[in-house]
Write a protein that binds this ligand. Structure first.
Ligand code: F6P
Length: 544
């Protein structure tokens, strides 16, 4: 493996540190005043999305230095390698070919692409038949509901797409169960009839505790509701790369759709893992969703670094994490149907880039992926925006704003848009103590009281934020948006020198979970557990 570039040792690193230092005191408002074209010049367009990054603590010199850093980290070669199917996931010796899942041709990856095409045909068949009311359950009634049982990447992507594209839904209702907490499955089944329900068991590994536990309960529910063993084939489908485990579970081959080791769980919504959302929105719309992502892939591949939207968003991420000490990133979709976007992006970015050694296993001396969080619409304004505006933590923000609504309620939507634009501006302009005091005096407050209160009303401004707009939230734009964040995540990983495609950090907890379960069933710990864990298990046992 070629030596991994180390961010802190790249030639531009120290230069950028100095530039960042000088920009800490800069006023974004002043830059916007002094550079009349700044808003236009710091805006990029790709695949139906616009990124306005003019309200960042960034000038032309800083941008140029960051682009130079990307060159030094060999980002262009890494992008080409990703798209060509190089074995970039070095700890698991495999490529990360999620882009092939939405491609319209396979190029040099012909044989893999043939498998993708065959899987798409199978997905289409299931989606079309269900939406045409052609699939019937054990009693002969038409299947009306689909329950996706999966977790992590086998849940978050399809769930997000299904929720986000509600205006495009067909006749089948899709539900999602992920948590091993029995309440999740129980609450979902409450409103369903077994005879009209199809379960999609979604698990790349088919070894995941939550998914297998919920699947077994779902099968039992089906049987208790009158289905015979032979009937189960009408009610269970599996999406997995572990066809043997699915067969052992009792899913016949004709009900299995494939996945491959070169698709990471959090990058898999474009594959058969997305079957539930393809059913929800119908096949044609799912194809548009793929096409939107493919358009972003094309942009990512061909746009120069300076005009490349995922690259620029990644450079901004590295800029704030490594040169301004930011430890988090907030995503604020101003569209109620994107409520699940922060959840999806948490897995995408934090499972990918929550790493502390580089690709060669060397402990890093700089920070990597920040905490990602957020919430949709104006609700956050009455909650955590206080901290965005006046807190001591820096929270670089992405506002995401579809410019039209599917609801037909344009007057109400106008208010939502106004709130988004206002919040972005408020973060930027803030309010000085003098301005605060003047406004208090104007409202009739006496001099002394106004002077005392003004510091509490003042806001520093200069809080960096991007605004990503799109004409409307539609299958294509949603596909482009998710692909944008995928590529941003990849670029940041390249700059940090880490592998974004493994997730070893989640494994130890699973192993310890099995040990704890054994102790809860009465096995002896023989001193293998710490006393705090033993005490907690004892507390649980005492309640049983
Ligand atoms: O535990 C983490 C993880 O492996 C994720 O990466 C993955 O998306 C999720 O679990 C579900 O895995 P599977 O699809 O194999 O059930």
């Amino acid at each position: 493996m070629p030596a991994t570039p180390v961010l802190s040792q790249l030639p531009s690193y120290e230069v950028i540190k100095t530039i960042a230092q000088s920009l800490k005191a800069v006023s974004v408002v002043r830059m916007l005043e002094q550079e009349p074209n700044r808003a236009a010049e710091f805006t990029l367009t790709a695949a139906g999305l616009q990124l306005d990054y003019s309200k960042h603590l960034l000038d032309v010199q800083a941008r140029q230095a960051l682009l130079q850093l990307a060159e030094e980290a060999k980002l262009p070669a890494a992008i080409a390698g990703l798209l060509a199917g190089e074995e970039l996931n070095n700890t698991e010796q495999r490529p990360a070919l999620h882009t092939l899942l939405r491609a319209s041709s396979g190029g040099s990856l012909g044989s893999k692409f043939d498998e993708v095409v065959a899987a798409r045909a199978s997905m289409r068949q299931w989606a079309d038949q269900l939406n045409a009311g052609e699939l019937r359950g054990f009693s002969g009634s038409v299947i009306t509901d689909v329950v996706n049982i999966g977790i992590g990447g086998s849940d978050l992507g399809p769930r997000l797409v299904t929720e986000a594209l509600r205006p495009f839904h067909g006749s089948v209702a899709c539900h999602y169960v992920a948590n091993v907490d029995p309440a999740d499955l129980q609450n979902t089944l409450l409103n369903l009839q077994a005879e009209t329900t199809l379960f999609i068991l979604c698990s790349k590994s088919f070894r995941t505790e939550e998914t297998l536990t919920n699947s077994l309960v779902a099968r039992e529910w089906m049987k208790q509701s009158g289905a015979t063993d032979a009937d189960l084939n009408k009610h269970f489908v599996a999406i997995t790369s572990n066809l043997q485990a699915a067969a052992d579970f009792g899913i016949p081959e004709k009900n299995c759709l494939p996945l491959w080791d070169w698709v990471g769980g959090r990058y898999s919504v474009w594959s058969a893992i997305g079957l539930s959302c393809a059913i929800a929105i119908g096949w044609e719309n799912f194809e548009l969703f793929l096409a939107g992502a493919a358009a972003m892939d094309e942009h990512f591949q061909s746009a120069p670094l300076a005009e490349n939207m995922p690259v620029m968003m990644s450079l901004l991420e590295v800029w704030y994490v490594n040169f301004f000490g930011a430890n988090n990133h907030v995503v604020l979709p101003y569209d109620h149907s994107l409520q699940k976007l922060p959840d999806f992006l948490q897995q995408l970015t934090m499972e990918s880039n929550g790493k502390r050694v580089n690709k060669s296993g060397v402990l890093l001396d700089y920070h990597t992926g920040p905490v990602l969080w957020g919430s949709a619409g104006t609700m956050g304004q009455h909650s955590f925006h206080q901290l965005l505006h006046q807190g001591t933590q820096q929270c670089p923000a992405d506002f995401i704003l579809p410019l039209t609504t599917h609801t037909g309620m344009t007057e109400q939507h106008r208010r939502l848009v106004a709130n988004c634009i206002a919040q972005s501006r408020t973060m930027t302009v803030g309010r000085s103590i003098d301005e605060a005091k003047s406004s208090l005096l104007e409202r009739g407050m006496d001099e002394a009281s106004a002077g005392e209160l003004a510091p509490h009303l003042s806001m520093p401004g200069n809080r960096p934020n991007s605004v990503i707009t799109m004409a409307s939230l539609a299958p294509q734009t949603l596909g482009a948006l998710l692909a944008l964040y995928e590529h941003r995540t990849f670029c940041s990983a390249v700059l940090w020198g880490i592998n974004p495609f493994d997730q070893w950090g989640v494994e130890l907890g699973k192993e310890i979970g099995v040990q704890v379960l054994g102790l809860m069933a009465g096995e002896s710990s023989s001193g293998s557990m710490d006393t705090a864990t033993e005490r907690l298990i004892g507390e649980w046992l005492a309640e049983q």
